[in-house]
Ligand binder design. Structure first.
Ligand code: NAD
Length: 454
């Protein structure tokens, strides 16, 4: 608690507000990531068996690209935004100032343990905040490297790194101290706990949650491309990706062709023995392994299905004959198991999707612009892709986030800066013009007011 109060004084001193400070600190973060790159990749290998190439695309390189983009644009984002003034207030001038929120708590999960903590951090720093970072206890090697990197790079009053069991250390902080914002990434169940704790002190939140993201493959889709792109992201990080296609809904006329093509692609990407593949990861821990293994009993395995508990290995698996009442279709899978369901009408597909509202992501594969438009307008989702899956999150020009059950708020690029800034509205009124009409007594002025305020 004392350390949080010290951080509050540090923020209140105003030291984090100038552009020069923010820029210098972001450069320090950039240099620290470069310095620790190998250690970070090794730690990610220890926790999740990711190759350095995958680490670069989804973790370190991802962050460095976000920081470069932020550094290039920060000065511009910080400018006051001039806003037009309505007739009632002319000749006043109006503008919006972007102000840091203050002290921000950022909480991350284990699946992209580096990127999901550091990317919001870059946004919070760009916006001039002080930050408390809470890493996931389930990716301990990555957490240890990040802690060392942050503590040797930044003043503890500016950025603090907290480790430990989330169910203990987070309530300890949030129930005793009023943060100015909490940015949480993780499961919907814990998201609700965070939201409730924040509500007690009226602390605003960003919730980046999970959910079941459907992937529709229409009859007119390019099946080879669809298979390649679905397999690529579904089995990346062994399926432990929030925006991985959770299940496929394929038009019944092309189901067989899609499944056949996906099987070929899995073999091409990961070989006959995916357990020996350089490009294939592992499940984070035994608890998740057991949960995922349970799903393998709930439908027909049409490809894969082998597991090795000692190695936390689950083969890339395709399943069909899916029961909509099973846990496989009720819970977010978050692992390398892909249920394939077929549909013969859009209404039937929408009915299946309605069982899990507000997916974080939605994907549709089609070659028809009209079908694409129709799907995009019919599903309420956070973000998504047409003829692709998951890659929307790597475009820092796009806002990233869910809606409803999959989250609230968004970030990446300028949206991160905005999430961690308060838009302070200001109207400046000159003193040389001061018409009596604006002041009481008002009797007889209604007609004039009606002319000015329409
Ligand atoms: P997790 O178990 O690591 O939990 C996330 C964080 O919450 C951790 O820091 C943990 O310490 C903390 N925590 C756990 N229990 C808590 C409690 N009772 N009170 C307070 N804090 C607590 O990760 P997870 O939740 O298993 O992560 C997986 C989920 O995250 C999936 O649902 C996935 O879809 C979602 N996710 C979403 C995004 C996104 O950007 N929307 C990204 C990655 C993961």
């Amino acid at each position: 608690m004392d350390n949080l109060l010290q951080m509050r004084s540090y923020f209140d001193s105003g030291v984090t507000k100038p552009y020069s400070f923010r820029k210098e600190q972001l450069k320090k973060l950039q240099a620290a990531v470069k310095k620790h790159e190998t250690a970070i990749h090794e730690a990610l290998y220890t926790d999740l068996k990711k190759s350095p190439e995958e680490c670069w695309v989804t973790e370190t390189g991802f962050l460095l690209s976000e920081i470069s983009f932020t550094l290039k644009n920060l000065k511009n984002w910080m400018q006051h935004e001039l806003i037009s003034t309505n007739l009632l207030n002319i000749p006043s001038k109006s503008f919006v100032m972007q102000e840091p929120l203050g002290m921000v708590l950022i909480i991350s999960p284990w699946n992209y343990p580096f990127q999901l903590l550091m990317t919001p951090l870059a946004g919070a720093m760009a916006a001039g905040n002080c930050v408390v970072l809470k890493s996931s206890e389930f990716a301990p090697a990555t957490s240890a490297v990040m802690k060392q990197m942050i503590e040797e790079t930044f003043d503890r009053n500016y950025i603090q790194f907290v480790e430990g069991d989330g169910a203990t250390v987070i309530p300890e902080m949030m129930n005793q101290f009023t943060f100015d914002h909490v940015f949480y990434t993780g499961s919907t169940a814990v998201g609700k706990i965070i939201y409730k704790m924040a509500a007690e002190r009226l602390v605003p939140v960003t919730l980046e949650l999970g959910g079941k993201s459907p992937c529709v493959v229409e009859a007119d889709a390019n099946i080879k491309i669809a298979a390649k792109r679905i397999v690529m992201t579904k089995f990346s990080n062994a399926g432990q990706m929030c925006v991985a296609p959770d299940y496929v809904l394929v038009h019944e006329s092309v189901k067989e062709a899609l499944v056949l093509e996906m099987k070929k692609v899995i073999l091409k990407f990961f070989g006959e023995h995916p357990e020996a593949s350089y490009s294939y990861g592992r499940i984070i821990n035994e608890k998740q392994f057991d949960r995922l293994s349970g799903y393998l009993q709930q439908a027909n395995i049409v490809h894969g299905g082998n597991t090795e508990k000692g190695n936390l290995f689950i083969e890339p698996t395709i399943m069909d004959g899916i029961n909509l009442e099973s846990d496989l279709m009720k819970e977010e899978i978050f692992g390398p198991i892909l249920p394939v369901l077929s549909f013969n009408s859009k209404a039937a597909a929408l009915k299946i999707m309605a069982l899990n509202k507000n997916p974080l992501a939605f994907y549709v594969f089609t070659s028809s612009a009209a079908t694409e438009k129709d799907w995009l307008n019919s599903v309420a989702f956070g973000g998504g892709c047409v003829n692709n899956a998951s890659w929307h999150l790597t475009n820092h020009h796009l806002p990233f986030g869910g809606r409803g059950f999959s989250g609230t708020g968004q970030y990446h690029g300028k949206y991160s800066f905005e999430t961690f800034s308060h838009k302070k509205s200001v109207m400046k009124t000159p003193t040389w013009f001061d018409p009596a009409i604006k002041y009481p007594p008002f009797k007889g002025k209604l007609k004039l007011f009606k002319m000015v305020i329409k």
